[in-house]
Design a protein around this ligand. Sequence first.
Ligand code: FES
Length: 243
Amino acid sequence: MPRTLICKRSEVPENGLKECDAEGGLKVLIASAGGEYFACQAMCPHQDVPLCEGLYDGAVLTCHQHLWQWDIRTGAAIGLAEAPLECYKIEIEDDAIYINAGGDALDVGELFSGVSGKTLESIKALAQRQEMQAGGTLYGVGDPADDFFILVSGRIEFVIGRDDRTSPAGFMLRKGEVFGWAALLDSQPQRIAKATCIEPSVLLRINGKQALKVLESDPAAGYVVMRRLSSLIARYLAPSGAK
Ligand code: FES
């Protein structure tokens, strides 16, 4: 995303918060902190809770739901919080606050970080940008898993089970998060959850088999990505069995 006007300084309370809408459905929280301004993701990385409803003392932001806390200047997790906040660079001109949420979703995401430039460029060349409306379904249970997805903006909800025997399996909203990773598994991958966009969302869609071919040509990168993939699966599948 190029530099975008997000709001005016005069609209942000002193040592307070303001939730703003940016391009592509991205929601951004602007925080004033002792005369400086910072920008981060607007929704709690734990569950679907707006952080603008949390507690904020001008330095530390606390989600009111389960009391995860973050340093507003860096997004670093404090205390109980198990994940940091995604932060965005801001620029100020007169009263205007601009954000630069640039940085390709593939660069900021966990799965491919640190992969060599040439291999990453080959993966990027496979990525197709997909824009979805709220309510759009990306895949359902049992669908063949040909592609995996990197979230650029928006929010994706996962549900496991079929018909009236379903249960929620979490959601994703952080730029760079990977889902649909069954496409990176070898044996007849099938979807085990339904993935629905619950707000307008932008994704990168990458064919799993083609990505595996790229990784096979760079075994060092392939090893890194597969190690990361196994920890992602362990982290997300253990409690829910989804995504
Ligand atoms: S929803 Fe924010 S800490 Fe749990």
